[in-house]
Design a protein around this ligand. Structure first.
Ligand code: GLP
Length: 248
């Protein structure tokens, strides 16, 4: 696709950095600039569009924060892979989501232990004495860190789960195949968040990177027995949510 020349309107009330950023975004979205292709440097943008270095830098910084480009030390900026589109309609597992895209799901187990947690118990509507298997995993797609997931599973329903190795195993599949637990439905919310220092380091992003913070309560197929409470933090620079809407 031919690249349309970028036109900066200096009389516009829209800031110049923003015009430049939107124009570059448009080139990326239209495919005029392809994944891993180099984008012009601050200096090139400065000269080409007769703008200040600060203006060029700001446009590139925002494109990076929004996940459109990535920087390679000493080499410049490049177009990022398009974001992964996450549907919101089906109760699927991370492993299934990745397989559907032809990617390989993986995990690094950060924590696994049996705990009590009153807040989680309250969220699931079970007694405060209930024990949970806390499973915290860094989820990867083809080796790239994508999400941080902290699951609480009712220990009484899946005893021994804490002894399994989840580095290369799907939780949902294990619940079904080894415990005979079929999942029925889930309630899920999504909120905006930013990565703190700890999360950023694990996910390989800068602190402050936008995130999608999801909370899910999963029920068995009787649709009323809660089994899982999970908080997932997905990289906002790699994910977007998708849902089809029908006219009422
Ligand atoms: C998704 C959900 C989690 C769920 C996980 C199970 O990522 N957000 O709530 O625990 O899938 O994934 P898997 O079966 O691959 O371990």
């Amino acid at each position: 696709m031919p690249r349309k020349p970028i036109y900066i309107d200096r009389k516009s009330p829209v800031p110049i950095y923003y015009q430049l950023k939107e124009a570059l975004k448009q080139q990326i979205e239209s495919g005029a600039l392809k994944p891993h292709e180099r984008v012009p440097s601050e200096r090139e943008l400065e000269e080409r569009y007769r703008i200040s270095r600060m203006t060029a830098r700001r446009a590139l910084q925002e494109l990076e924060a929004e996940g459109y480009i990535y920087r390679a030390q000493g080499k410049g900026s490049f177009v990022a892979e398009p974001k992964i589109r996450q549907g919101l309609l089906w109760l699927t597992s991370f492993t299934e989501d990745m397989r559907e895209r032809g990617m390989r799901a993986g995990a690094r187990v950060l924590r696994v232990e049996v705990v009590r947690d009153e807040r989680v118990a309250r969220r699931l509507g079970v007694g405060p004495e209930e024990e949970f298997v806390l499973l915290q995993r860094l989820r990867t797609a083809d080796g790239e860190p994508m999400a941080l997931e902290t699951s609480y599973l009712r220990h009484s329903l899946c005893p021994g789960l804490e002894g399994l190795d989840f580095a290369d195993r799907s939780l949902y599949r294990t619940l079904q195949e080894e415990y005979g637990l079929r999942l029925g439905r889930a309630e899920q919310t999504v909120e905006a968040a930013v990565a703190n220092t700890f999360e950023a380091e694990l996910l390989g992003v800068k602190p402050g990177t936008p995130m999608l913070s999801m909370e899910r309560i999963t029920y068995l197929d009787d649709n009323r027995t809660p089994i899982e409470y999970v908080r997932s933090l997905y990289r906002g620079d790699r994910y977007k949510l998708y849902v089809e809407l029908k006219r009422r």
